[in-house]
Design a protein around this ligand. Structure first.
Ligand code: GLU
Length: 464
């Protein structure tokens, strides 16, 4: 049985975007699921627009998502001679020819075709001239004059292209460099790629590529073209719709496993399942689940997915990730142990780690620096209430054990003594301890803050 080989060939002219990551994921999953190989190839032939920085950024993003590859990265910029040796083969076998028409002349041919209401094409005038190499000469592929290119798309089913839709396209430029179609075919063939799964923005390239495969006698891979990802307005997703770069989602506090679970659903389904771990995906992924219609990127659903993975996430790991966000965005340097106590309080309520960092910030301030919501102070910390808080603080000092249960019992006893309801003191205590009216449970919060911090805050609130 042949080994299944898939590939991801990004062009390093921009960051890894949502659509690219989704394509990479499909290819990764298909290879992994079938004990195959996943190849990474950097398509950096556009020297003017490709940068090392973008290559590194793409590799970082792949690493963050956990999409590790078995082979590569290959760099197309280092493989020009290989592509050209295959152009030479096409020339030798009569599947390509030199053309001396200037760009202006070709443009004129197109113009004439347009004027007649025909598809603008190069008219093939150098086909039979038997020209050899020379300055300004390109090499063109000799596209058959009649017939159809037919392939059975893994996603869309049978697709047929009339060759008359195509002209004799250039395979080597006048500067001696092979064009993209050539490079892709040669690479995919040499790298043993068996399944080309890519966005349907490449569907128009496939017939040309198939002709090149056939002319070079390479076995054809299977092609699957996945529909585009659209923004909420049903237009192709772009920066107008929000962040498109995957790593921006890391910065915004999304977990890689949530990204993967969400991305896979953009164009793939498995019954009504919405949430997938990598293990689930490695069991359930199949090409049959790829859908024919475009999917819409939905931030709310991504948020929902992320909440799920935060709720169910491993606490020490979440604490470490939270710590990274806190130390890169603030001056706080919280201890890992403290963060591990904080995280469970926010797991049920934070949609992103960034949100968690914001919600948890009150834990990090020194008592003197804790910002107070003035409106809440005016409303809840009345002179009478402050007296209660002072007494509560004094009693807390004497508690043998400063845990949730002891705190609850102590406060309950005090309320009973004074004949007041918990409600009357709950918000004031919350404001005193957190600076605001919104926080996790009061006693859990005090427990995590610990005795020293809790008391310092209560005394500060009393004296505000
Ligand atoms: N380099 C192309 C891109 O980034 C991918 C081409 C392919 O998948 O064949 O869009």
């Amino acid at each position: 049985m042949t080994t299944i080989v898939t590939r991801f060939p990004p062009s390093p002219t921009g960051y890894l975007h949502i659509g690219g990551a989704r394509t990479a994921l499909f290819n990764y999953l298909y290879a992994r699921k079938n004990n195959g190989k996943f190849v990474l190839r950097i398509e950096d032939t556009d020297q003017a627009r490709s940068t090392q920085e973008m290559t590194d950024a793409i590799l970082d993003a792949m690493h963050w998502l956990g999409l590790d590859f078995d082979e590569g990265p290959y760099f197309q910029s280092e493989r020009g001679d290989i592509y050209n040796s295959y152009v030479d083969k096409l020339l030798a076998s009569g599947h390509a020819y030199y053309c001396s028409c200037t760009p202006d002349e070709v443009e004129q041919m197109r113009e004439e075709a347009r004027a007649k209401g025909l598809k603008p094409k190069y008219n093939g005038c150098c086909r039979t001239k038997g020209l050899g190499p020379g300055p300004g000469r390109v090499v063109r592929f000799m596209t058959p004059l009649t017939g159809k290119v037919v392939f059975d798309d893994l996603v869309k089913g049978p697709i047929a292209w009339d060759v008359q839709e195509m002209d004799d396209f250039v395979v080597r430029r006048a500067d001696g460099s092979a064009i993209y179609q050539m490079a892709v075919v040669v690479d995919d063939a040499e790298m043993g790629v068996t399944h080309v799964i890519r966005g349907d923005d490449h569907q128009n390239n496939t017939p040309k590529q198939i002709l090149i495969y056939q002319a070079l006698g390479f076995p054809l891979p299977l092609f699957g073209h996945v529909p585009m990802i659209l923004g909420p307005d049903k237009k192709k997703m772009s920066k107008r719709h929000g962040a498109t770069s995957v790593m921006l989602y890391k910065e915004m506090g999304y977990l890689p496993e949530a990204m993967l679970s969400y991305l896979v659903r953009l164009g793939w389904s498995h019954g009504d399942d919405e949430l997938f771990t990598m293990d689930d995906l490695l069991q359930k992924f199949s090409l049959e689940g790829l859908g024919k219609s475009a999917s819409v990127f939905d931030m709310d659903k991504l948020g929902w997915t992320n909440s799920h993975f935060i709720k169910t996430g491993d606490v020490p790991r979440l604490a470490r990730l939270l710590g990274e966000i806190i130390t890169t965005t603030t001056n706080f340097q919280p201890a890992q142990e403290y963060l591990q106590a904080i995280v469970p309080l926010f797991q049920p309520r934070a949609k992103t780690l960034k949100e968690m960092a914001e919600q948890a910030e009150f834990f990090l301030h020194e008592a003197e620096a804790l910002p107070y919501d003035q409106h809440a102070v005016d409303k809840f910390l009345t002179p009478e209430i402050r007296q209660h808080l002072r007494i509560l603080a004094e009693r807390m000092e004497t508690l043998a054990s400063f845990d949730q249960k002891s705190l609850e019992n102590m406060v309950a006893a005090y309320l009973e003594e004074c004949g007041i309801k918990f409600k009357a003191l709950a918000q004031p205590m919350r404001v005193a301890i957190t600076g605001t009216t919104m926080s996790p449970g009061l006693f859990e919060t005090m427990d995590v803050l610990g005795k020293e911090r809790t008391l310092a805050r209560l005394y500060r609130a009393v004296s505000l």
